[in-house]
Every structure is written in C-alpha cells, then in structure tokens.
Design a protein around this ligand. Structure first.
Ligand code: AMP
Length: 286
C-alpha cells in the first residue's frame, strides 16, 4: 500500500494508473476508522482495480471548534486497518496541501431545500465545507467511483446533487449503515461516549425501528412525536427527528404519496452529537 502526503505525487501516480486503464475507487474519510469505513473500502475493492482512501479532518466543515479539536486522530492504526482491508493508496494530506494559498476551492451551487433542512439547519456552513473538500478531493483523486455511507444520508444526497449539477465524471455509490451488535450506528465519535451514555445510545436505533415497524399503523405526526419522546431520556437531547422523502428531503405527510421515505435523526448524547437514519420505504419507480 502506498501512502501519499502531497497532492502532486498522488495526482501523478493516479494519472499513470488511469492511462494504464486501471479503474479507481475513492473513499473519503476523516480517519479514526471503524468497520463502517472498511465496508466502503471493500465495496470499492470489489468494483475497481485500485482503491484510494483519504484521511483528512476537514476544518471547513466543522461548525463547532470543540468538535474539531476533540475529533479522534489515529493515523497509525488507520494505516494498519487499511492495509488489512486491501486498500491500495492512502492520501493523508495537510490542511495546506488541500487548501493551498490562493486556490479558490469553494463550491458555489444552490442546494435549496436539501442543503437547508435537518443538518443544514443545525450546523451552519457544514455542507458548504463538506462540498468544498469532496470537490477538491475529487479533483485530486479523479476517481471513476466514489463510495459514501448512507449513515450520512443528507451528505450523500448533497454530493449526488453536486456531481449532477457540476457534471462531474464520477459515479456515486452509497453503501449501507454498519451497526454495532446492539444497533448503534458505528461512528468515529462513539469513542467519546461515557459508558452509561454509550449503553443508552441504542435508543437512536430503537426509535428508528419503532417508526419503521408502525409506519402503516400510525400517522406521520404521531410517529415523529413518539420517536422524539423516546429520545428524550436522561443526558439525551434530540435536535430533530424527521420523516422525509428520500429524493427531495421534504417532510412527508402521507406515507402512501411517496416511493422513497427515510427517517433521519440527530441527538446530543451527553457532549457528543450523534446522527442516524433508516430507510422506511423504497419502491422502484416506473
Ligand atoms: P467520516 O470519516 O465520518 O467522514 O465518514 C467517512 C465515510 O464513511 C462517509 O461516507 C460516511 O457516511 C461513512 N460511514 C461512517 N460511518 C459509517 C457506518 N457506520 N456505516 C457505513 N458507512 C459509514
């Protein structure tokens, strides 16, 4: 496995590989890797000749400086895990490699509702920063396929919109959520949960399962209200629980009017903000 720290080197190497007709799969991450990330590496390995994983804690997507400061950084362990998973290249750049002085990296596209709802409403500037880094990394890595997790449902929807709007030549593949045995979605932030909060954090998954289970029996408002009540336990504070159309991210009133429905939630678990979601319904469109 090759480790690149600078942009020019990886650009040159990938350009040679592409000239040799090698297909490139790309998994962008912020490191502190777990089985969720590794499932994306495996998906990429299965569909491409070469897999690149980037490890970069992107400062422009953090709306909260404490969260950025506390974000776990475990590069040597990440390198071991990626080697075992059969990743071919790691790109672990510095901030100045990604954002060199004088280079304009901001992405100026109108996201409309998909950018302003849910995470967009609670994390000012988060999606602008996320698009900026994904766009910049796509420019550097130039992959045929891009692998992202359903765990960050709104993020993958926005990246899909950006790829389409800018006409980028990469194909987005969204991979399922990998969970711990008790249902908690794997996240690099989980290591920051205290033992008792970690134990109760299964409530996110339970609330999503409840809503999926009762989808046909209860009204949407009742489902959301009950889920919010379930999530309001000691040391837990839900920011939102929404049931949205999976294509538009607009709030759903009537289940029967939509082919694709997702429940999304964000909850403060002590000092850690967790997000999770579940696909409630997905029918093929005619
Ligand atoms: P992050 O390092 O948190 O920025 O995540 C990097 C990529 O891994 C994103 O596309 C995430 O959606 C994805 N990811 C994070 N957690 C999981 C998980 N539990 N299951 C599957 N994919 C995940």
């Amino acid at each position: 496995m090759l480790l690149f720290k600078n942009t020019a080197d990886i650009e040159k190497y990938i350009s040679i590989q592409r000239n040799n007709k090698q297909t490139i799969g790309f998994v962008p991450t912020m490191g502190a890797l777990h089985h969720g990330h590794l499932s994306l590496i495996r998906a990429s390995n299965a569909e491409n000749d070469l897999t690149v994983c980037s490890i970069f804690v992107n400062p422009t997507q953090f709306d909260n400086s404490k969260d950025l400061e506390k974000y776990p950084r475990t590069l040597s362990n990440d390198i071991l895990l990626l080697t075992e998973a059969g990743c071919d290249m790691i790109f672990a750049p510095t901030v100045t490699e990604v954002y060199p002085k004088g280079l304009k990296t901001a992405v100026k596209i109108d996201l409309g509702h998909i950018g302003s709802t849910m995470e967009g409403a609670f994390r000012q500037g988060h999606f602008e920063g996320m698009m900026e880094v994904v766009h910049r990394l796509l420019n550097i890595v130039n992959p045929h396929n891009l692998y992202m997790g359903q765990k960050d449902f709104q993020q993958q929807a926005i990246v899909g919109h950006m790829i389409k709007t800018l006409g980028l030549e990469t194909n987005l593949v969204t991979c399922p959520i990998i969970r711990e045995e008790d249902g908690l979605a794997m996240s690099s932030r989980n290591v920051r949960l205290t033992p008792s909060i970690r134990e109760n954090a299964t409530i996110l998954h339970k609330s999503l399962c409840f809503v999926k289970d009762k989808l046909e029996q209860l009204e949407v408002d009742v489902l959301k209200e009950t889920a919010l009540e379930m999530l309001t336990i000691d040391n837990f504070k839900p920011e939102y629980f929404e049931i949205v159309d999976g294509y538009t991210l607009k709030k759903v009133d009537q289940i029967k009017d939509h082919h694709y429905i997702v429940a999304c939630t964000a909850v403060w678990a002590g000092e850690v903000r967790l997000i999770d979601n579940m696909i409630l319904k997905k029918e093929l469109r005619d």
